[in-house]
Structure formats: C-alpha cells, structure tokens
Ligand binder design. Structure first.
Ligand SMILES: [Zn+2]
Length: 310
C-alpha cells in the first residue's frame, strides 16, 4: 500500500512541468528601451502550469532608483521579479506603481516592501475592497504558487501628472474603461509607454470591470501620445499603433455585437453562438473571453435596450 502511494506521488510529480514543480516563473528581463525592461507574460488564462505568469510587468532604472510597474500575480512572482531587477540594477527600488486593481498586476506588492507602493485613488480603493477576494480566487486557480501571498494595498495615492525621477520625466495618465481606474505610465525621456490593460495585443481583452464607452476615450488619448514603444498589459510590445487599433477594433465589434443581439431580443446563450470574425482568429483565448464578456456586459446592454423600448 505504502509503495503504491509513493509510486502515485512520483507519477504526479513527473507529470508536472519542471517550472511548476520548482515554482520558478522563469522571468527574464528584456530590454525594450533606454533603462527600461519588460517581463513578458504568457498569453494564457491563469493555471497551475503557468502559476499566474500571464501579465506584463516592467521597470525603469533611474539614477534615483528603480521604478517598478506592476508586480505580478503572487508573492513568489514579486520575489523573482526583484531578483531579476537586482541583476540589471544595483539601486534600491524608488517606487512601485500598480496600473489597476486586477490581481495579476498587484499581488506581488508585498515582496517590494518597504518601498512605497503607489496607485491612483480609485485603484487604492478597489484593491482595499477586493484584494483579499482576488488573492483567494488565484489560490484556487494556481495553488501553491500563491503560498504566503497577501494583498498589500498601495500606501501612496498617485497624483496624475508629471514627475521627474532620476533623469526620467515620467507622466502618470489617469484613465478608465478597462476598469473604473486605469493608469498609463509614459516615460517622456525614453518614449516607452506602459499602457496597462487598456491595451491588449494578440490576446483577447478581458472585461470583468469594463466600461466600454470610457475605454474608447482612453484608447484615443493613448493613440495621441508620441511613444516609441508601447507595452500592453498582455501581449508583445509594439512600436506603432497596431496594438491600440486591435484593442479598439475588437472592443467595437464586441459592443456592436451585444447591441445588435439585444435589439433582436436574443438570449445570452444565443449571443455566445455568434461567429467571431476571421480577423480576430489569432487573438489568444478569443472564444472563452468572448463568452465571458457576454456574461459581464450583456445584462446591462439588455437593460438599456429594454429601457429604450419602453
Ligand atoms: Zn486588468
């Protein structure tokens, strides 16, 4: 019996990917601009296999210290990110910034303490109210990758506008649409724009807290910035408008599809049968995210349509 159990345990261990077994995210800092680095996440959903490494995070090395943009999905992610940052910079972390309150963007915060952790007012409020719940959810989805993770609420409320940090002119741009509070971080000195989840690239956008009409306004604003490199929240960085345009194109199709379904009086299940246009076929997770978006957004669209009809 004992032997049977140990063989079973061994076969479970062998079947796990090596990185999952060692809880190693395999983070590699990729240089994307002067003094600026990116950790590129997988274009996947949360799973035990990826441990939650599905998000882009980054950092800027300034003469005053390192500015960290988003901290990943767990305490382990934050620790491993910090270890990789140490390989590129021997300066302390000057400031950590959370772009919005989604768990893959802030649950690594605790590994950066005592550095100040900053976010927009609305993001601080949302992390305070939903942080623990997000952390429990991720524990269910990724298991022991989350060990020891606590939701650490940012302790600095970020004011929109420009700040000079160690030779970099950094602009904090307050927007919304992906959530009620979205921050874009634009380094005017290097031309690198961290767009957070206002921009997705080759990975279908997510909408649990989306406000589409505000999201369009945010995309217009971002498209006017003179960036050299744009880092989306998910997907590869780009040097042109392609990621913004793809995000806008899909969001517009999504909104129009939901509007027209509501006008036809279709049910949620019927909307989910809608054919996804060929131009979105290369977006990772398009079918599952479309279905989720129907669940998130369709009830409000239906309500608005009914209201108009009455
Ligand atoms: Zn998000």
């Amino acid at each position: 019996m004992k032997k049977a159990i140990s063989i079973l345990a061994l076969s479970i261990l062998v079947s796990l990917p090596v990185s999952a077994a060692k809880y190693d995210y395999g983070l590699e800092a990729k240089k994307i601009g002067v003094d600026t680095y990116l950790f590129l996440g997988k274009k996947e959903d949360f799973s035990f296999q990826n441990g939650g490494n599905i998000v882009n995070t980054g950092f800027i090395v300034t003469s005053s210290g390192v500015v960290v943009i988003d901290t990943g999905s767990s305490k382990r992610y934050g620790e491993q990110m910090l270890a990789e940052i140490r390989k590129q910079a021997d300066k302390p972390v000057y400031k950590v910034i959370n772009t919005h309150h989604h768990p893959d963007h802030f649950l690594g915060n605790q590994s950066f303490k005592p550095a100040p952790i900053a976010a927009l007012k609305g993001t601080v409020k949302d992390i305070k109210s939903s942080g623990e719940m997000f952390s429990e959810n991720l524990y269910r989805m990724t298991g022991d990758w989350m060990r020891g993770t606590e939701a650490v609420v940012p302790d600095v409320t970020l004011q929109p506008g420009a700040e000079e940090i160690g030779g970099h002119q950094i602009e904090y741009i307050e927007l919304s649409g992906h959530t009620g509070s979205d921050l874009a971080v634009f380094d005017r000195t290097t031309g690198v724009l961290f767009a957070g989840d206002l921009v997705f690239y080759n990975r279908t956008l997510t909408t649990p807290h989306a406000i589409p009409e505000k999201w369009f306004v945010a995309l217009d604003r971002l498209s006017k910035l003179p960036f050299k490199v744009l880092v989306p929240g998910h997907g590869e960085p780009v040097t042109d408008l392609s990621a913004i345009e793809q995000t806008r194109d899909y969001l517009r199709w999504l909104v129009e599809t939901l509007d027209s379904a509501a006008n036809k009086g279709q049910s949620m299940n019927e909307v989910m049968q809608e054919k996804i246009p060929a131009r979105f076929a290369n977006l990772a997770l398009v079918k599952s995210e479309f279905n989720r978006s129907v669940v998130h957004l369709f009830p409000a669209v239906e309500k608005k349509t009914l209201h108009r009809a009455n």
